[in-house]
Every structure is written in structure tokens, then in C-alpha cells.
Ligand binder design. Structure first.
Ligand SMILES: Nc1ncnc2c1ncn2[C@@H]1O[C@H](COP(=O)(O)OP(=O)(O)OP(=O)(O)O)[C@@H](O)[C@H]1O
Length: 272
């Protein structure tokens, strides 16, 4: 995970402090090749604290590959990923919680044998495990932590409007509700950054509308990076957007700036 001049450091994401204006997550010069194919070519991106940042682009543009690099599933050939200004070297997905980063995946990964509230609490326990260093230092009693996490989980169920499903098991839930459970589980750790891979996939139009409200409601609570196909949703929820095409950043800016960029129109919508 962390490697500062060759050494491991930084026990918890919560312990890291960012300077004003410093990105939570920053990628620069990220290049990934699969054999002869360049999937990402010098990609840069900066996610600012508390903002919602979208990555869009046509099929095969490199969105998933970039998400996988940022999560630590794919090691880039070149380039740097920084969290709170500190470069990551060979980080792995299980390092993310300790860096203050949570993510949801398309498969959701809910535990079938656990109720909704218990699934959410799993996210809290994962975080606590990652923060074991602070517990060792006596920075919080276990019972007090437990109570606080449970309160937090209940608050998130209410915020995401799934509190009426609190004691249900995942298999009995509509897909849109299951996605919210996964979102609550990611948020309970109070991450500095939440990474969402296609949060709108599989949702109905109505559920997508609700997702727009929910994501906007997270503003200030955590930064969000989302990779998403639904252009309309991205335009409505994001503060900043990075547009990829053939592995390169072809535009970056506010939704209005990106919408008006002729390169985006040409690449993303296929019109010149
Ligand atoms: N494991 C892999 N091995 C070889 N080529 C890959 C691999 N993963 C992705 N690619 C290729 O890299 C390029 C970028 O793929 P990627 O899945 O990141 O794009 P994407 O923007 O997420 O596409 P989509 O919107 O269709 O999911 C594509 O040409 C893809 O075929």
C-alpha cells in the first residue's frame, strides 16, 4: 500500500489530512497496455473533496480500466495515482479502506445470510479493522465505536430511504434497493471518497431519478467518483466530468463545458 520513499506508512485514511484545494484522488500520466492495445494513454484526473466527479466515454474508451487502476485491480505501465497527495505504489483493492476510500461494484457483493442492517454494519467493521491501529492506541472504546457505527448505519438507511427494509434479507429485495444497501455499506465507513462503478446500471427510469437525488444528497459528505454510461445522469449529478475516448482524456470540465465540447459530441455521440 503506501510507500513513501520506500517505506510503509499512514495507518488510516481518517488520519490523513488534505491541504485546502488538494485533490482526494489524483491520477497523472496513467498508461495501461494490454498486449499491443493502449487502453489508457497518459490519463489525468483530479477528484476534489466533497465533489461528484464523473468519467464518461463511448464503449471501449477505457472507463473500466481507469476504475480498475484507481481501485488497484490493474497496475498501470506508467503514471501515478495519489491519494491526499501521497503516491500509491502497487496498491491493492483491500488497501482502499485504510486510505479512506470505499467502492461499490456491479456485483454488489451483499451477504445473502445477513439482513440489510447487518450487511451495512459489515462495511463499518471492515473500516474498523482497517483502523485497528487507532484502536490499539486507545483512541476509542470498542463499545462506544459499536454504538456509534450502529447509529451511523441506521442514519444511512434513513438517508437512502431503505429503513423499512432494515430486517429483510437481500434475496427478497428489489434490485434498486439492493444497490442502495451496497451504497449504505460503502458510506458507513465515512470515506473521503466513494467510487461507484456504473451505479445506474440495471435501474429503472424512476430508480435512476431517485439515484440522482441520492447522489446530490451526498455532496459535502464525501467525494464521489463515478464511471457511468448514462450521460444524462452524469450531466445532472456531477460537478466535474472527465471524458475518455480511445484511452485518452479528450475533455474535462463542468457538465456545461463538456456538453458544448465538439470533440465530445463527435466521440461520444458519434456526430461531427
Ligand atoms: N483484460 C483485458 N485484456 C485485453 N484488452 C482489454 C482488457 N480489458 C479491457 N481491454 C480493452 O481495453 C480497451 C478499454 O476497455 P474498457 O473496458 O476499459 O473500456 P470502457 O470504456 O469501460 O468500455 P465499456 O463502456 O464498453 O465498458 C478496450 O479496447 C478493451 O477491449
Amino acid at each position: 500500500m503506501w510507500d513513501q520513499r520506500g517505506g510503509r506508512c499512514g495507518p488510516t485514511g481518517a488520519g490523513m489530512r488534505e491541504s485546502p484545494g488538494q485533490p482526494v484522488l489524483e491520477a497523472s500520466g496513467v498508461t495501461v497496455r494490454f498486449g499491443g492495445l493502449t487502453a489508457l494513454d497518459g490519463v489525468r484526473l483530479a477528484v476534489m473533496p466533497g465533489s461528484v466527479h464523473g468519467v464518461i466515454g463511448p464503449n471501449g474508451a477505457g472507463k473500466t480500466t481507469l476504475f480498475n487502476v484507481l481501485c488497484g485491480f490493474v497496475a498501470p505501465r506508467e503514471g501515478t495515482v495519489r491519494v491526499h497527495g501521497k503516491p500509491l505504489r502497487r496498491h491493492r483493492p483491500h488497501d482502499l479502506a485504510a486510505l479512506g476510500i470505499a467502492r461499490t461494484v456491479q456485483g454488489l457483493g451483499l451477504f445473502a445470510g445477513c439482513t440489510v442492517i447487518d450487511n451495512v454494519l459489515v462495511g463499518a467493521h471492515r473500516h474498523r479493522k482497517a483502523s485497528a491501529f487507532s484502536s490499539l492506541l486507545g483512541l476509542g472504546g470498542a463499545a462506544r465505536d459499536e454504538g456509534r457505527l450502529r447509529d451511523k448505519a441506521e442514519e444511512l438507511l434513513a438517508l437512502l430511504r431503505i429503513d423499512n427494509w432494515r430486517d429483510a434479507y437481500p434475496a427478497t429485495l428489489p434490485y434498486g434497493v439492493r444497490k442502495r444497501v451496497a451504497l449504505a455499506r460503502a458510506l458507513v465507513a465515512e470515506p473521503a471518497l466513494l467510487m461507484l462503478d456504473e451505479p445506474a446500471s440495471g435501474l429503472s427510469e424512476l430508480e435512476r431519478e431517485e439515484l440522482v437525488d441520492l447522489l446530490r444528497g451526498l455532496t459535502g459528505r464525501t467525494a464521489v467518483l463515478l464511471v457511468e454510461h448514462h450521460m444524462d445522469l452524469v450531466m445532472r449529478v456531477c460537478d466535474r466530468i472527465t471524458v475518455l475516448d480511445f484511452g485518452r482524456v479528450i475533455a474535462a470540465g463542468t457538465p456545461d463545458e463538456v456538453r458544448d465540447d465538439p470533440q465530445v459530441t463527435e466521440a461520444y455521440l458519434g456526430v461531427g
